[in-house]
Design a protein around this ligand. Structure first.
Ligand code: ATP
Length: 307
């Protein structure tokens, strides 16, 4: 973690990656979004945003996958700063430096994390007086996952994922993330899911995941593992068949269970504990079934100021 910088003109915020322990996807709504029933878990893997007073809005991205991210008004962090400034009726006078650790286009909501970190950082820098509800409202306009990136923890998401209610469950869970060589576009995976559903090859499921919620409350590792589910998996496998091998390798190497992260292509493996996660990560790396392997725990808090 970066050491806090003591200056009124600089604010540093951190926001978590997420995985979906359950991702049920309904049909397409009139506004083009799919209706979701999902359980989000915020992870210790996180991006940081440094916000510095400046004459105009600018952004520089460094770290994991930075070369895949645009440093202009299409960047979600830029859009977050602009939206907050507009709401506050001020000019967006800030230089943003995004330090990425969350892989890009990996199903881990890295862009959403950057937007959430930017909202809290700029809010503190500009002292806009916005309350939590204001930030949540702005977050919802930026993207479906940005509200969760702001909130963090463990939460049930409905609507298009932006309507959250907390899931009460004690303790932390340990994960190994297998990050694929290439990214997958969320839009492409949804389109493939719709195509497969049209052919009768994939179902819809919008029921609340009671089994998972009970297992989380009971802190029952094997029951949580058995209840992990993602409706996106058939579509992601169809676009990236090598993911089946990745999943099988992690399970063979001793993971409790596996689930695709969001629209993929990252695969999350549930480990028995922290030491098991490190061992599993080492063995999975040696298999050569993915670009890189990370360990992470969750749930952790949402976007927050760290300096
Ligand atoms: P989604 O949130 O759409 O499910 P994801 O979690 O799979 O996406 P992200 O890392 O958020 O993946 O990237 C999705 C796309 O958003 C990328 O192709 C990237 O070009 C774009 N993007 C815009 N701003 C950012 C940002 N700050 N960080 C990462 N990607 C960004």
């Amino acid at each position: 973690m970066t050491a806090p910088v003591q200056s009124d003109d600089v604010v540093i915020a951190r926001a978590p990656a997420k995985i979906n322990l359950h991702l049920g996807i309904g049909s397409t709504r009139a506004d083009g979004f799919h209706e979701l029933a999902t359980v989000f878990c915020a992870l210790s893997l996180a991006d940081e945003v440094v916000a510095v007073e400046a004459e105009e809005l600018s952004i520089v991205t460094t770290g994991e996958g930075a070369e895949q991210v645009s440093d202009d008004a299409t960047n979600l962090a830029w859009r977050a700063a602009a939206a907050l400034a507009e709401r506050a009726g001020i000019k967006a006078e800030v230089a943003l430096a995004v330090r990425k650790q969350i892989p890009v286009a990996a199903g881990l909501a890295g862009g959403s994390a950057d937007a959430a970190a930017t909202l809290v950082a700029c809010d503190a820098l500009w002292q806009t007086g916005a309350d939590r509800e204001d930030l949540v409202e702005i977050a919802a306009t930026l993207g479906s996952d940005v509200v969760f990136s702001l909130t963090g923890g463990l939460a049930l998401g409905t609507g298009r994922g932006e309507l959250l209610s907390p899931v009460l469950a004690a303790g932390r869970w340990h994960w190994v993330l297998a990050v694929a060589e290439d990214g997958l576009s969320t839009g492409d995976v949804y389109a493939e899911l719709d195509r497969l559903r049209g052919e009768g090859g994939a179902g819809t499921s919008l029921e609340l995941p009671d089994q998972l919620l009970n297992a989380l409350r009971a802190r029952d590792l094997s029951a949580v593992g058995a209840a992990l589910h993602n409706d996106m998996e058939p579509a992601a496998y169809s676009l990236m068949p090598s993911l089946r091998r990745t999943k099988a390798a992690g399970l063979e190497e001793g993971a409790q269970a596996a689930v695709l992260c969001g629209s993929g292509p990252t695969m999350a493996f549930l480990a028995d504990g922290e030491d098991d996660a490190v061992e599993l990560a080492t063995r999975l790396s040696a298999q050569g079934v993915c670009r890189t392997v990370r360990t992470a725990h969750g749930p952790v808090t949402g976007a927050r100021i760290i300096g």
